[in-house]
Design a protein around this ligand. Sequence first.
Ligand code: ATP
Ligand code: MG
Length: 408
Amino acid sequence: MMSKNIIKSIKDTYNQFFSKEPINQELISKNVLAIINTLQANNFEAYIVGGAIRDILISLTPKDFDIATNAKPEEIRHLFKNSRIIGRRFRLVHIFFGRELIEVSTFRAKPEKVERLKNGILKDNEYGTKEEDAVRRDFTCNALYFDPKRNKIFDFFNGIEDLKNRHLNMIGNAKIRLAEDPVRAIRAIRFSAKLGFEIDNKLKQQIIQVLPELKKIPYSRLFDEILKIFLTGYAENSFKLVNDFNLAKIFFPSLQSGSKETISFIKRGLKKTDERIFLGKPINPGYLIAVFLWKDVKILQDNLAKKTKYPLTALNDAIEITLNKQNKIFPIQKRFITTMTEIWQLQPRFENLNKKRVFRLFAHPRFRAAYDFMLLRGEENEVNEQIISWWINFVESTDEERKALITN
Ligand code: ATP
Ligand code: MG
């Protein structure tokens, strides 16, 4: 089900770069090493865990670092001036170094009693040893504990072997672990797409069975995981999996109809997003959701426009109806709604090349996103080619040249 090319490229990368050296410490943030140093100097255990070690082992650059320690939050807080305790249910410490934020968590153990919290997650706020901490993590490859000082990885569940075999393996009984926290199903899909790992048939069936349980998970938590699927550089690849598991239909009703145009437009948007992430450019989640829902807006707008003399009213009504429909199924945070609405509302303004209007549009704070969005629509032949070339030329010109362009 994964694209063969992706699997092959990951396999090649893996064979080429995997070394007997456990970990290339060059890839680890100096600040992370400094934190671990301080914790160990104060007689605490401290390890880098989670995605960072997994990613380094398969020659991916880690996105961020998580540290696990036996120091309690207050003890960590005490050691680092630039830190803050966060979370009520389970307290973590955030340590800041300029723009870098490093999360330090105290080893947790599975609770004696199984208890479910309001947010659908299993209550697990008891401290434990690193072995106990490892048991409650999701996949074997996410439970690797690296001690930089001894240059040693603790691998309790054969995670390194699974990495070698490109196998996503749940720790413990998958059925039970998925029922405990259905979000792990989304995480399985996310990691499979990112790492190019196969999900075996048994796990696939178990994931499909638990998907309806996602309804019980609060949107804010789901939303974070969904965004991670699409905003960490593997969106195009993830989209296929998301479709295979029918997840898109759960979260974005627009995909229910799933017209060819809709899918093709979304794929283009995802591809661009991945390219931007690859180049280290910022990504606005609102932009991507605007891509997901655009064809819904567009179809409605075209229908409404037939009944009114005012095309702008048609667009605004279409936006409102689409967002209402979406909100009933999978609400989107307000801050993203604002971005999306602005991007959509600016679209017709690209068609008007009147001097004053062009400069006003160009000065709009959302111009760049709206412009990129217009180019994307252009690729689907939604925008007149001459208009597109005019704008590309305008955007790529100097201030002086722009003035000249407008006067002509
Ligand atoms: P990424 O590279 O996307 O950050 P990650 O594995 O670091 O991947 P995070 O969401 O940052 O993912 O979580 C950090 C670690 O916490 C995971 O590697 C895993 O060990 C553990 N974890 C996170 N969420 C869960 C969960 N729902 N159930 C069990 N363990 C989890
Ligand atoms: Mg992480």
